[in-house]
Design a protein around this ligand. Structure first.
Ligand code: ADP
Ligand code: MG
Length: 420
């Protein structure tokens, strides 16, 4: 089919029921239809999946989607099947399938029914699968969560490094990489490791104009400061991130005895308790969840009004993801982090047990957090600059939404405020 003849708005409505594309989706899809290597950088929730799902659904052949998490793949396959009368339209190919199931998948692909084939990178390394895929028509290969290819990303997976070789075996098919990691270093790594420096790149803005960024020095009064903040924001939903499980329990307890409805959440709790606490937060039975970074992946509560970092995060990437859970509905979102250099030293000590290369990357990422916390310039400007985006506080949306812009202080004083 000639891509110019396809009414992609009609297809969007038909398969997903949406009237409009979000952000850069339309341009991305046109690039894919033009058979170009394509690189998509959009924040979480930006609508990356649709960028490859839609063109896959109406193009000839099967699109291979590489994704790191089996649970994530299953969700997507279920969602696609629900809009089609044909179960074979989407499949997952992995080692948990029986021989009969694998044969069914192969049959559906060969007969042209299957439009989307989800695979984990390690499955794609299997010779048997590669040989089979070489023999069928592939529309394109989408690499979701492409930052997994980079050691500078927050979720490095060595199997992603092998993808380049496998892709070569599959012949001349367009590749589309997608990620929510905006740092130029990770992007460079992705393009290099997927051998697609020629890719057309589409990068959405990472600015979140409704979020207010604030750093406070971490003193021994941090707990009473947090309690005061929450009491001033009575009835609003919020998340408090702590580095350790122990701290999570401590803070949750302190809040509870001070009359704040709060529950703890960390990987040390059994699955049932975790699910219960998460539901209590989502259903608004409690206002506050005190959590380690184990909390939040895939949580979509639109009206989280504040995110507090009791301890500074390991990287600005994590900070952006975690604060990004505030104000999803476009309403108020206060992002408050407590900073002390002692915490930095603590994190450095944690890292010292790791392999040298990992340590070096860890230290470098942490130094950026330190610079962010200690800066007297606009936090938003700093953060967006870190993501390779220039921001003008005069003209940009949310230009006055951080402590340094609202209450500018001379540099020397800014330094003194930091508790070492
Ligand atoms: P990402 O992978 O970028 O984090 P997803 O692909 O999971 O984001 O999409 C996030 C949400 O946006 C989903 O709920 C999806 O249904 C919705 N979405 C995607 N495209 C559109 C659109 N064109 N119109 C409305 N909602 C959309
Ligand atoms: Mg996604």
């Amino acid at each position: 089919m000639n891509p110019n003849e396809i009414d992609i708005h009609k297809e969007l409505k038909k398969y997903f029921g949406f009237d409009q594309f979000k952000g850069l989706q339309e341009q991305v899809i046109k690039s894919i239809l033009g058979k170009e290597n394509t690189f998509v950088i959009m924040p979480t929730g930006g609508g990356k999946s649709l960028c490859y799902q839609l063109p896959a659904l109406f193009q000839e052949g099967t699109a291979i989607v590489v994704s790191p998490l089996i649970a994530l793949m299953k969700n997507q396959v279920d969602a696609i099947r629900s809009v089609s009368s044909e179960d074979g339209i989407a499949h997952v190919l992995n080692s948990s399938l029986t021989k009969t199931e694998i044969n069914q998948v192969k049959k559906d692909i060969t007969s042209g029914i299957t439009k989307l084939l989800y695979v984990a990178p390690e499955s794609l390394a299997k010779e048997e699968y590669v040989d089979f895929l070489k023999s069928v028509k592939i529309s394109f290969i989408a690499i979701d969560e492409a930052h997994c290819i980079s050691e500078w990303g927050h979720d490095f997976r060595p199997e992603y490094r092998n993808l380049k070789n496998i892709i070569k075996h599959l012949g001349n098919v367009p590749v589309i990489g997608l990620t929510a990691t905006a740092t130029p270093k990770v992007q460079e790594d992705i393009l290099k490791n997927l051998d697609m420096s020629d890719a057309r790149t589409f990068k959405a803005s990472f600015n979140r104009p409704n979020l207010y960024y604030e750093i406070r020095p971490k003193t021994k009064n941090v707990e009473s400061d947090i309690i005061k903040f929450i009491k001033q924001n009575k009835g609003k939903s919020g998340i408090i991130y702590c580095l350790s499980r122990k701290k999570v329990e401590e803070i949750a307890h302190v809040l509870q005895v001070n009359g704040i409805s709060a529950v703890p959440y960390h990987a040390g709790l059994d699955a049932k308790t975790r699910a219960k606490h998460q539901d209590m937060f989502l259903m608004e039975d409690v206002d506050v969840v005190v959590a380690t970074i184990a909390f939040g992946m895939g949580i979509d509560k639109p009206d989280v009004r504040f995110v507090i970092h009791h301890d500074i995060p390991k990287s600005l990437e994590s900070y952006y993801q975690e604060t990004g859970r505030a104000g999803r509905d476009g309403g108020e979102g206060h992002c408050l982090a407590y900073y002390s250099y002692k915490d930095v030293e603590k994190l450095e000590k944690f890292m010292s047990g790791k392999p040298v290369a990992e340590q070096e990357i860890g230290f470098a990422l942490l130094q950026e957090v330190v610079a962010y916390a200690e800066t007297s310039m606009s936090r938003r400007k700093f953060l967006l600059h870190y993501f390779g985006e220039e921001f003008d506080n005069e003209t940009g949306e949310g230009g006055d939404m951080d402590d340094n812009v609202r209450n500018p202080k001379p540099k020397s004083e800014a330094k003194e405020n930091v508790v070492k």
